[in-house]
Ligand binder design. Structure first.
Ligand SMILES: [Zn+2]
Ligand SMILES: [Zn+2]
Length: 240
């Protein structure tokens, strides 16, 4: 209640502006909201990356993923990347209900049979620096909207890793190796929906999935708000 009143007062003193175009009035204006870049109906059924019609996924051809499947409703581009950056780097928590609503709406039409939602964890150090884990706050709000239960204690990040930005796929895998740990008593026999803000190469999802499967999970599905498009000209993906 206090937070709501305080939030309203803050909105009055500092009216929100669109994180993408700067237009005053709301965190994402109607115009930008109407242009969210969707992945569309041609995508890889395994990794969720957008595909050209009748093409095989080049991304999956080079990678061995441990998750069953991965999906994202949007591309990490334009207003979607502006919202995710606004949350992550500016701490604009007012974007959480907007992002989780987008995911919940997508989930209603594209759901898997799962038992529990698990956010991709940050290390304690990174979480303390940022003040929150963006995946955890999105997953928490998503679970309220969908009625699925969510348990952030299931997966922990037990050591710091380098920023994934700028690393090759191979370096990302090495960087993440042994970084995560799962609580077997909470995982055994469960079908897990692993949630993150952005999927880039899929190495984080894959590493977390293999830790969860080794701890006894029955299956791991992955869902992120956005996925980076594959740049076929450069044969690599831009960084999140
Ligand atoms: Zn706008
Ligand atoms: Zn694929």
């Amino acid at each position: 209640m206090f937070r709501k009143v305080f939030g309203n007062v803050l909105n009055w003193v500092y009216p929100p502006s669109c994180v993408h175009c700067g237009k005053a009035g709301s965190l994402i204006c109607d115009d930008c909201f109407s242009k969210l870049p969707a992945v569309g109906k041609h995508y890889c059924s395994r990794c969720g990356k957008p595909l050209m019609p009748k093409h095989f996924c080049r991304h999956c051809g080079k990678s061995e993923f441990s998750f069953t499947a991965c999906r994202a409703p949007y591309l990490y581009d334009g207003p979607v990347s502006a919202m995710i950056k606004g949350l992550k780097y500016n701490g604009t928590l007012g974007l959480v209900p907007i992002l989780s609503k987008l995911l919940a709406d997508f989930w209603e039409e594209n759901n898997w049979a799962v038992d529990i939602v698990v956010p991709v964890p940050l290390s304690e150090k990174r979480k303390a620096q940022r003040g929150f884990n963006q995946s955890e706050v999105i997953a928490g709000d998503f679970s309220k909207k969908t009625g699925l239960s969510c348990d952030p204690r299931i997966l922990m990040k037990q050591r710091n890793t380098l920023q994934q930005v700028g690393l090759t796929a191979e370096e990302r895998r090495e960087n993440l190796s042994g970084a995560f740990a799962a609580e077997p008593s909470l995982v055994k026999g469960k079908r897990i929906l692993l949630m993150d803000d952005v999927m880039t190469t899929g190495s984080t999802f894959s590493e977390c999935s293999s830790v969860l499967l080794n701890a006894g999970a029955k299956a791991v599905y992955c869902l992120s708000v956005a996925t980076t498009p594959i740049d076929h000209r450069k044969h690599k993906m831009p960084d999140a």
